[in-house]
Write a protein that binds this ligand. Structure first.
Ligand code: AMP
Length: 285
């Protein structure tokens, strides 16, 4: 364990478990924010919520290899512990859990968790194995930190539903809290992957939030036909030369089932690629 400034950095599972065990024995409520680092205001908003909801906040920074496909950006994902620590200094985090890959996946590791139905559509279709990796690492982190509360962003909407379902199905005594998407002033959802965008791609990326906004506007004006609403969104993406669209869909906000007629509470979710950068966004109707 090391102290960087005022933040305690924990690298091993054993130390993390004993730290939160002793906090729990002192009667403190532990709140937890799992991240992959490259922190931005979206992550910080989760940490502030965690701070309000618990007495001892643990943030994990771990780029989880099992949720990346073979041709994805695991290697190039931004790793900047010093920069991340500076950003979270003033929040008052109890500990940062920053393990090595071998600490989480020692040789011979072979146990995985799958949330069978919810993991299939949307991102699951285009990133096979992704949510198996996510559910597995989140359950591992839950068993290491044993939080009372865990805070996730609605930015990764499907991930949030999967984790809520896993917590229910596996009787985890953890309150799963979802927090709203933090955006740039012009509407672009904050993402660690925005750093990959060129200036020109950054401009075109705005079409994602714009298409969601237009769908919502049309829905509020009385258009409930899912396929018409989706058409409208796709037109906006294409106007910004976004052709590589994994999906733009309207689905039930909880079950993620498809909808012919949209209703309030449904989610509009989009994933598209700008050159090598895959971006996601969503909004609730
Ligand atoms: P990541 O580091 O990308 O794995 O994200 C860690 C957590 O931050 C997840 O719960 C994300 O949903 C959340 N998050 C990422 N971007 C945002 C955002 N723009 N607003 C709110 N939460 C976010």
């Amino acid at each position: 364990m090391t102290d960087k400034g005022s933040i305690r950095i924990v690298n091993t599972v054993k130390e993390m478990q004993s730290l939160t065990n002793s906090m729990r024995n002192e009667g403190r409520a532990i709140s937890f924010v799992p991240t992959m680092g490259a922190l931005h205001e979206g992550h910080l908003s989760l940490m502030r919520a965690a701070k309000e909801k618990g007495d001892f906040v643990v943030v994990s920074i771990f780029v989880n290899p099992t949720q990346f496909g073979p041709n994805e950006d695991f290697e190039k994902y931004t790793r900047d512990l010093e920069g991340d620590l500076k950003k979270i200094e003033e929040i008052g985090i109890g500990a940062v859990f920053f393990p090595d890959v071998n600490e989480i996946y020692p040789d011979g590791h072979e146990t995985y968790v799958e949330v069978e139905k919810l993991q299939k559509p949307l991102c699951g279709e285009f990133r096979p194995g992704h949510f198996k990796g996510v559910a597995t690492v989140v359950l591992k982190l839950f068993n290491i930190v044993k939080p009372d509360i865990a805070v996730f962003g609605e930015k990764d909407y499907q991930q949030l539903q999967i984790i809520k379902k896993m917590a229910r199905d596996l009787h985890l005594e953890i309150e799963i809290v979802g927090m709203p998407i933090i955006r740039e002033e012009d509407g672009l959802a904050l993402s660690s992957r925005n750093a990959y965008l060129s200036l020109e791609e950054r401009k075109r990326a705005l079409a994602l939030s714009k298409s969601l906004g237009e769908i919502k506007r049309s829905f509020n004006e009385g258009n409930k036909d899912s396929s018409q609403l989706v058409e409208l969104g796709i037109k906006i993406l294409k106007e910004s030369q976004i052709e590589d669209i994994d999906y733009l869909e309207i689905r039930d906000g909880k079950t993620l089932e498809t909808k012919e007629l949209a209703k309030p509470g449904d989610v509009v979710a989009v994933a598209a690629r700008l050159e090598n950068t895959r971006l996601i966004d969503n909004t609730k109707l």
